[in-house]
Design a protein around this ligand. Structure first.
Ligand code: NAG
Ligand code: NAG
Ligand code: NAG
Ligand code: NAG
Ligand code: NAG
Ligand code: NAG
Ligand code: NAG
Ligand code: NAG
Ligand code: NAG
Ligand code: NAG
Length: 746
């Protein structure tokens, strides 16, 4: 994707796996031994862990050498280098929930808040409460010197704060805005290239932090592009950075260490813009961390991943996580191109360079090939301006016209070209920043340029700096990961979408805009895309809701964001599998009317239904003597009071029915009467019992059931959607309903 950082990280990661990629079975590898809830404070966790390890390995000395780290502040567990049979032995031990190999995960932004109509006026905010809210981010560190993190006007950190600030050479330390910053690098087998400090060498963490909680900066822009006020969603909130990602990726053991500290440090919300293949909930470090956070009433929001528009690409799908896809804003970036014959062409892209309306000679890759080159060595495509196919003489001082979009700007810059116009068959919604004046054009316009070049002796052209234009929004970004998820077939993911396309926010100056060594632009802002960028919008919206309702549970906040979300303006064929409930609307979410709450024990009952057995659950609860049989069993298709309703039907079934049991809590006026309004696509019948819910007091709960029936006789992929809206005339509490069948699936 255009997320250059992601690509950069992946390249380093791949390079590293090639070097370290030996898989001999006699070599110990780091494993996480997860043991559930926090241990009894009386016992020394390190001793318990060492004893367990010695028993499994059979040698105390080797056990000591093998152990890497003990967790124990917010949950119980440790990391150790293990052989496969030692890992298996440990997984059978009493007290151990799961043992899994340490893997590497990857990283997945001024106007976006205006687009979401977030108020700037203090009257519409709760700055006192907001300044006691601490937003934690698991990311690449932070560049504290950015004006977005100025602590002017901030008081001391809230009294509940117990976190730390790791100082280091290029890290100047924390302030009253960025109150905590730590780094984690437990996996010594994978040396890091940067200084071991919380400083952000990659830009990603600075971008996400400032999107979530940066202070307002007037007249922020990227060289005049996307000019406006840059501000975080909750500018009064505090930031705590947990640096778990390095240029080589983010390891499971570091992510867990970040959660272990963050939960203990007293943060209110956790943002994780990191992902990897979905795994069973208790073998997935983000699901485990978020579970223990939820138990302490801390909401975790995660990016859904950038694997879209393919189906089945969504990541971070645990039901206690807010899973966030990426939507567009109403802004697009136009690059105006003018040819020597007067023809004007509207290109797209992010071009920070102004050509001061100067015309330069233009030629095409086809005409600039290096005919004396070693064509058996360079098998590239000259028309596409592939690396090694062009003659420097013919490129130097010229704008190049090339077919396709494969990062030719780098090649052209190396050959002293002055511009790059790339002709593409399909213009995607996401752009990357070119290393020299550049633009994407659609094929028809590209052919016009090519014909002009062929038609005259001295063709010339001009590429202007990008300018912002309006477009219809929101729609789901092409790269945003889509459902259905594969871990639980009854929970719709992503939950919501938030702006994640071409987002301007603060950026580190420890690297250039593009990360390319030849690039020396370090303006302190950058425009990047990804669900990494949408996720901090969602966590800030959650923090905003929390500033009005400090006592709400993570599930209540999530419900408020989901039931008030805005539907997509431009639909794509993946529908709700891409957008979930829709785009967050933080202002409406403050007054949702009703909420679908989920308590800790409801999640346990859900896990019992999912087949997690009592032994494992006992350790998660930390409360001995509980078992699934001591809880009231849950009924219905999903067994969870989720704000959306979803199931996958059996591919051999034709007629189907699903039943969803739900309970809503009145959080509006206290006395109200809600009526059910149902919308269903053809072939789906949705019945709600009862159809009216009358409340006489605040916090009163009412239960109802939703019966969804239909006929899926058609072969092939099949899905039907609908919605249930509870309306009292003032509030519309909307739940998305989606039933699907994929016949290709076993
Ligand atoms: C790694 O494992 C695979 C499959 O288990 C095996 O085919 C391969 O030879 C192994 N490579 C090394 C270097 O041990
Ligand atoms: C980081 O700090 C080291 C040592 O203080 C210094 O040599 C280096 O240039 C700094 N790196 C950057 C990118 O500023
Ligand atoms: C053409 O390519 C060869 C290498 O194959 C290179 O040595 C030569 O400098 C190139 N010529 C020009 C004009 O770029
Ligand atoms: C072309 O490149 C190949 C691979 O590097 C090399 O074996 C061959 O000798 C080169 N041919 C010429 C004419 O330079
Ligand atoms: C060169 O690349 C362009 C764009 O990808 C493609 O349309 C064209 O067919 C390619 N030409 C050759 C000779 O491969
Ligand atoms: C321009 O000329 C090149 C080289 O002769 C040719 O390959 C290309 O098709 C021409 N383009 C158009 C639009 O006619
Ligand atoms: C774009 O939208 C903004 C805000 O809705 C409006 O003020 C402006 O006039 C629009 N610009 C164009 C070119 O339509
Ligand atoms: C729980 O699962 C573990 C491992 O799968 C098994 O050893 C244990 O007997 C199970 N416990 C119960 C109560 O079913
Ligand atoms: C799917 O439906 C068939 C026929 O009704 C049944 O035999 C099968 O067990 C079902 N599979 C699942 C996973 O429910
Ligand atoms: C709920 O309240 C409405 C309006 O106040 C009333 O018409 C209706 O009968 C009540 N329904 C129930 C089930 O109490």
């Amino acid at each position: 994707m255009s997320d250059t950082i992601l690509v950069f990280a992946l390249c380093l990661y791949l390079a590293a796996t090639l070097i370290h990629g030996s898989n001999e079975s006699n070599q110990r590898k780091p494993h996480i031994v997860y043991m559930g809830d926090v241990p009894d404070p009386e016992v020394s966790v390190t001793n318990v862990h060492l004893n367990l390890l010695s028993k499994a390995i059979g040698d105390e000395q080797i056990a000591r050498e093998s152990k890497i780290h003990s967790y124990g502040k917010s949950f119980n567990g440790f990391v150790a280098n293990l052989l496969p049979h030692e890992a298996k032995k440990l997984s059978e031990e009493d007290g151990v929930v799961s043992v899994f190999e340490n893997t590497r995960r990857k990283l997945h932004t001024t106007r976006s808040w205006d687009f979401l109509r977030m108020p700037t006026s203090w009257k519409l905010r709760n700055p006192k409460v907001e300044s006691n809210i601490i937003v934690a981010l698991m990311d690449t560190g932070i560049w504290v010197d950015s004006p977005s993190f100025s602590d002017k006007g901030f008081g001391p950190p809230p009294p509940k704060w117990k976190g730390k600030c790791d100082k280091g050479s290029n890290f100047t330390g924390c302030n009253k805005k960025v109150i905590g910053a730590r780094y984690y690098n437990l996996d010594k087998s994978f040396p890091i290239e940067e200084d071991p400090t919380p400083a952000d060498y990659m830009g990603h963490g600075t971008h996400t932090s400032s999107t979530a909680a940066g202070v307002s900066i007037h007249d922020a822009s990227l060289y005049g592009i996307a000019k406006g006020t840059a501000r975080g969603g909750v500018p009064s909130a505090r930031i705590a950075m947990y640096k778990v990602c390095w240029s080589g990726g983010c390891t499971d053991m570091d992510i867990l260490a970040g959660f272990d500290d963050a939960i203990h440090d007293g943060v209110d919300l956790i943002s994780v813009s990191i992902g990897g293949p979905s795994r069973d909930f208790f073998e997935d470090p983000i699901a485990i961390g978020a579970f223990h956070a939820m138990k302490k009433r801390i909401l975790t929001s995660c990016s859904a991943g950038n694997g879209g528009p393919d189906l089945f690409s969504v990541e971070n799908v645990a039901p206690w996580v807010l899973t966030v896809g990426a939507s567009s804003m109403d802004r697009d970036f136009r690059v105006d191109i003018q040819l020597g014959n007067g023809i004007k062409i509207a290109g797209n892209g992010i071009n920070t360079y102004s050509t001061k309306k100067k015309m330069y000679p233009i030629t095409s890759g086809t005409l600039a090939g290096n005919l004396t080159g070693n064509s058996t060595y360079y098998t590239g495509n000259t028309s596409a301006c592939d690396h090694g196919t062009l003659s420097q003489d013919k490129v130097k001082g010229r704008i190049m016209y090339c077919l396709g979009n494969s990062g030719q700007d780098s090649t052209i810059k190396q050959l002293d070209g002055v511009g790059a116009i790339m002709s593409v068959t399909e213009l995607l919604d996401v752009y990357y920043i070119t290393l020299l004046p550049g633009s994407l054009v659609v094929v028809n316009d590209g052919n016009k340029i090519d014909r002009y070049i062929n038609s005259t002796k001295n063709p010339k052209a001009m590429i202007d700096r990008s300018r912002s234009v309006n477009m219809t929004a929101p729609f789901v970004a092409s790269f945003s990961a889509r459902g259905p998820q594969m871990i639980n077939h009854n929970i719709l993911k992503p939950d919501v979408v938030a702006p994640g396309l071409n987002i301007l926010a603060a950026y580190t100056t420890l690297t250039s805009l593009t990360g390319d060594p030849s690039d020396n632009r370090r303006p302190g802002y950058n425009i990047i895309s990804g669900t990494s960028m949408s996720n901090p919008h969602a966590i800030a919206a959650a923090a905003y809701v929390k500033s009005f309702h400090p006592d709400w549970s993570p599930a209540a906040i999530k419900s408020a964001l989901m039931t008030t979300a805005t539907p997509m303006k431009t639909k794509d064929k993946t529908g709700k599998l891409g957008s979930g409930a829709g785009q967050i609307n933080p202002v409406r979410a403050v007054h949702p009317g009703l909420i679908y709450d989920i308590s800790f024990s409801s999640y346990i009952r859900f896990l019992c239904k999912e087949g997690y057995n009592s032994t494992a659950l006992n350790k998660l609860i930390g409360d001995k003597g509980h078992s699934c049989s001591s809880f009231k069993p849950v009924h219905g298709t999903d067994g969870l009071n989720y704000p959306s309703m979803h199931t996958r039907i059996n591919s051999t079934q034709t007629r189907f029915s699903a039943i969803f049991y739900r309970t809503v809590t009145e959080v509006g006026t206290g006395s109200s009467s809600y009526k059910a309004i149902v919308r269903a696509s053809k072939g789906l019948s949705i019945e709600v019992v009862p159809r009216t819910l009358n409340f006489s007091r605040l916090h009163e709960k009412k239960s109802f059931k939703v019966i969804v029936k239909g006929n899926s006789a058609e072969a092939g992929p099949w899905s039907r959607s609908g919605a249930l809206v509870w309306s009292d005339g003032k509030h519309s509490v909307k739940s998305s309903i989606l039933i699907y069948k994929f016949s290709e699936l076993i």
